[in-house]
Design a protein around this ligand. Sequence first.
Ligand code: SAH
Ligand code: SF4
Length: 343
Amino acid sequence: MAKENIRACSAEEIAAFLTANGEKAFRGKQVWQWIWQRGVTGFEEMTNLPKVTRQKLEEAFYFDRLHAERVQEASDGTRKTAWRTVDGEVVESVLIPGREKYTVCVSSQAGCKLGCKFCATGGLGFRRDLTRGEIFQQITAAREEAEARGSLLSNIVFMGMGEPLLNYGHVTGAIGRVTAEDGLGMSPYRITISTAGLPEGIRRLADEGTRCNLAVSLHSAKDSVRSALMPVNKAYPLKALAESLKYFVERTGTRPTLEYLLLRGINDSPEDAKALAVYCRQFPVKINLIEYNETGHPDFHRSPERNRDEFIRYLEGCNMVVNLRHSKGKDIDAACGQLAGKV
Ligand code: SAH
Ligand code: SF4
C-alpha cells in the first residue's frame, strides 16, 4: 500500500490510525505536537514514542519534507534557502533581518501561473502548488535560524514564489497551523498574504474572517499599463479589484496595503501618481512603494531617485500613508521577485 503524507492528515486521522494499530489514544496527540509544534520532519525525531510505534508510523506514512539544497547569505545577513521537494521541485525562501526581529518571505507555489512581465518567478511558468507541510516547514526552518542567531522570527510574508490565493487551501492550512494554540502559536497579525489581486480569493479571505494582513500588488492604477505588466488584470481589471477590496475592508475592518513597484518610464510619472491617488480614494489603504530589483529583463529598470521622490511627494501631498521599501539581500538575488530557483 502507498504511504500517506502525514502532514496532510488531520489529528483525528492520525489518532484513528494509532488506535486501530493497538496504540494508546494519547499517542495521537504526541505525534500531532511533534509535527506542528516542534516542527519535526521525521519519525525518528519523535523521541518520546516507543520504537515500535515509530516503526508503525514509518510503514504507513511519509513526510513531504523539504531538503535544503543551497543556502546563500548576503552581507546584510539576509539568507536565502533553495529547497528541493521530495518530487524534485525547487522553491526558495528568504530570511530577512530587521531592526530587532526577523521576517521570513515564503513561497506558496513552485513557479507561478500569472506570468507578470517584470517578475523572475513569472518567467518560470507553473510547476505545482506547495502543500501545507512544505509551506509550514519554510516557516519553522526560519524560526530555528532566527533563534540560532539569538533573535526571534516575528513576521511571515507570502511574497516568495507563487500566488498564494491560487493555492488557497494549503496556504490557509499552513497559516492555521502557524497560528493555532497547538501549533506555533504565532499571531495572524504578523502574517501578510500578498496577491496579484484575485477578487474571488480576496472575498473568500474576508468571508472566512481572516485576521492576516492583505497586500495587493497593484503596480499601476491604469488598466492599460497594469494589463501590460500583469496579464491577470485582463481577467480582473482595476474596478473588479477595487470592489473586492471595499468588501474586504467592510468585512474585516483592516486596511490592505497596495504594493507599487516603481518602474522607470512605465508607471513612475506624476500622472501615474495621480491615478494611484484617485484609485485609493475608494477605500482606506497603505501604500508600499517598492524599488525594482533588476532581473536582467531589458524592458524593466528601477526608477531614478528623482522620479521616485516626486512620486512620494505627490502621494504625501494627498495625505496618503506611503512607505518606501528598500530591498535587502541584493548580492544574492534574494529580493522579492528574484526568486527563481536557480539551482
Ligand atoms: N504572487 C504574489 C506574491 C509573490 S510576488 C504577488 O504578486 O503579490 C511578491 C511581490 O514581489 C509582489 O509585489 C511582486 O510584484 C514583487 N516583485 C516581483 N518581481 C519583483 C522585482 N524584480 N523587484 C521587486 N519586486 C518584485
Ligand atoms: Fe506570480 Fe506574483 Fe510573480 Fe506575478 S509577481 S508572476 S503573481 S509571483
